[in-house]
Design a protein around this ligand. Sequence first.
Ligand SMILES: Cc1cc2nc3c(=O)[nH]c(=O)nc-3n(C[C@H](O)[C@H](O)[C@H](O)COP(=O)(O)OP(=O)(O)OC[C@H]3O[C@@H](n4cnc5c(N)ncnc54)[C@H](O)[C@@H]3O)c2cc1C
Length: 482
Amino acid sequence: MVSGAVPPSRVRAANSGTPNVEGRYVLYWMRSARRPSWNFGLDRAMEWSRQLARPLIVFEGLRCGYRWASDRLHQFVIDGMRANAAAFEGTNVTCYPRVEPEPDADKGLLEALALEACVVVADDYPAFFLPRALDAAARKIPVLLEAVDSNGILPIHSTERAFPTAYAFRRHLQKVLHPYLEEMPRARPALRSLPAPVPVPDHVWKRWPAAAFATGLDAFPIDHSVAPVALEGGVTSARRAWRAFLAERLDDYADGRNRPDRVGSSGISPYLHFGHISPHEMFASLVKREDWTPDKLAVLARGSRAGWWGMSEAAEALLDQFITWRELGFNMCVHEPNYERYESLPDWARATLEEHEDDPRDAIYTLEEFETANTHDELWNAAQRQLVREGRIHNYMRMLWGKKIFEWSPNARAALDVMIELNNKYALDGRDPNSYSGIFWCLGRYDRPWGPERSVYGKIRYMSSQNTARKLPVREYLEAFA
Ligand SMILES: Cc1cc2nc3c(=O)[nH]c(=O)nc-3n(C[C@H](O)[C@H](O)[C@H](O)COP(=O)(O)OP(=O)(O)OC[C@H]3O[C@@H](n4cnc5c(N)ncnc54)[C@H](O)[C@@H]3O)c2cc1C
């Protein structure tokens, strides 16, 4: 695997501006790939910096007026900003972390920075408010604004359509992924070899001083009821978590990830969501562990899950989640403008949901009852308590959590509203393309019709707490989140 010039498949012009050779610096707007290495956006900004012989400023901002801004999310992002500032210290990169003190205080900041830039490079990300923010910036920035994709192994703009199932997407990956496995961002970008650094322009710095990391979260007008969790954000913690998983838990992954009495999965999703770890770095370390080379890829895989990669069973199971399923979610957000709305469900799912909309429900709960874990089902309540306390739900329980919200809501649209609200408010990995994959999967996205047709569910795949409790050891889970 080689890391060279940033491949064209990763870069797109977000506006029609041109580079300003009179500019004072190159600006990298770090917004979703929040890390100082294994980052195509950073690599691209460094290419510009060398080509134009101008220094590089990395601007990493955190606004406070976005939906679901809370102590929990702020703490995790600020941990990451602190780690990034430390990583850039002593290099030729000027790192400019900024935490907005009140809504709209940072309006105009990016524009002010861009006015003196030759080129602006920004991370490309297809979900939440980030596409809108990029479009708004593209309209205002007078120089070339490039959007660079570090999201996954398959470039997000390399496909032409949304894939309806994991099987269809896997088949596609099996045909096209091979060359992309050879294209890696730089593991150790030569940050000290860039042109000598410049400070952030004085008038910008005075009006918008850099983040004071010691500021308490109380100072920010965000939701203080969603408390920080023990998990620390940032590249160092992310790398530690991933290495520990590879060394201690991967061998048991296929089985362990579905057992509520174990921490069998990687727990890496919050770090992936905020870009504190790169999918490329994760893949490269897995490859090393497996002593794998691309010639081991099966030539005729035809959509099958096992035996495609030519790695151990556990590694293949992980790759199916972490590449096929994860990148399927990004594919949907790129091609389906309604990815977060009921209308984006497949036709068969909407038809069966509507047919069963008036079926009597055993129970109907309000958002508040769900949020406070006040249902008749102790296993469901435990999952909701885990979400509120830890900012995550065990992998298997998350599916049950979503299915029951559907079952106990007046209709599918109301269920989606509740799932999106609770998942995105409390989960560290929420507001991600895979938040919508998971939530909409509960209502038939990426799935097929199932029989027998049931009340409320119709042909949507059914799950029950009783079956879960019969199949899986849940006692410890119930005790932990009583
Ligand atoms: C109702 C519901 C809501 C969900 N909300 C989110 C969310 O907000 N954010 C999120 O990242 N995932 C979400 N998922 C998908 C999945 O549950 C999580 O990605 C997984 O549990 C994260 O834990 P992990 O990092 O330990 O995963 P691991 O099993 O260790 O997998 C490694 C990585 O692969 C990817 N992955 C694993 N399982 C899936 C999956 N089923 N779909 C897509 N990608 C997957 C994730 O990026 C994950 O971090 C949701 C699923 C459901 C059913």
